[in-house]
Ligand binder design. Structure first.
Ligand code: HEM
Length: 197
């Protein structure tokens, strides 16, 4: 009876570990105490697993990366909508010829720059957010990297406020430096990641 239970429990543990829901340590504790296994112990292990498994879903609020994904998609949607305005200006607006002739200068150029970087930085936030969640707890400066990536979105937004409201390009600069910092920091963090022994 105990032998069958052991096999079943060990299979479940293996599956959970493969899915990344538990760490190898849990399995090792289980095997170390293998000879003295009793129902109390199995209960303790399952309580632990339940906490970890449920925690994985509930603690998403505390995990870094969720905001990056949500905000990334929303800002991307915004810059996609802006793409429709660019189509209008190029193909339908009364002064479309003047707009086309100014492709690589002034407002036309700046608007395209905002559209392109808005989409790129949004995609970056989605990727960074996804990775921070996947590697939750393993990347030391996750919170800072997450914030830097989000602040990075000020770059394309800053181009728009410059073009349409004449604001100084300070947000463009802050955003550009932040996003650059975020990707370099994340790159270094990944190189420093240690695999399981
Ligand atoms: C519904 C969504 C989108 C629409 C309607 C749209 C529309 C446009 C338009 C009209 C232009 C030309 C702008 C000009 O006149 O200079 C443009 C350029 C561009 N878009 Fe989008 N876009 C959309 C989504 C995206 C996305 C998701 C990305 C990238 C992930 C993207 C990347 C670019 C790039 C790189 C250019 C510059 C192309 C060049 O100058 O050679 N766009 N888009």
């Amino acid at each position: 009876m105990l032998g069958t239970t052991r096999v079943v429990v060990s299979r479940i543990l293996k599956k959970l570990e493969n899915k990344g829901l538990i760490h190898l340590n849990v399995r090792l504790i289980f095997y170390e105490k293998d000879s003295t296994i009793n129902t109390d112990m199995i209960e303790v292990i399952f309580k632990h697993l339940k906490r970890r498994y449920i925690g994985l879903h509930l603690n998403l609020n505390k995990m870094e990366g969720k905001k990056n994904i949500g905000i990334g998609f929303l800002i991307m949607g915004m810059f996609m909508l802006y793409g429709f305005l660019l189509i209008y200006l190029r193909d339908f607006a009364p002064n479309k010829l003047e707009w086309i002739n100014n492709y690589s200068i002034g407002k036309h150029f700046e608007s395209r720059l905002a559209h392109v970087h808005g989409n790129l930085f949004s995609v970056l936030n989605i990727i960074i957010g996804f990775l921070l969640i996947q590697f939750n707890g393993q990347i030391k400066s996750a919170k800072k990297i997450s914030w830097l990536a989000m602040i990075g979105l000020l770059m394309p937004i800053g181009i728009l406020t410059e073009v349409y409201f004449g604001l100084p390009p300070i947000f463009v600069l802050i955003g550009a430096v932040s996003m650059t910092g975020a990707v370099i920091w994340l790159g270094i963090s990944f190189l420093q990641l240690k695999g399981k022994e």
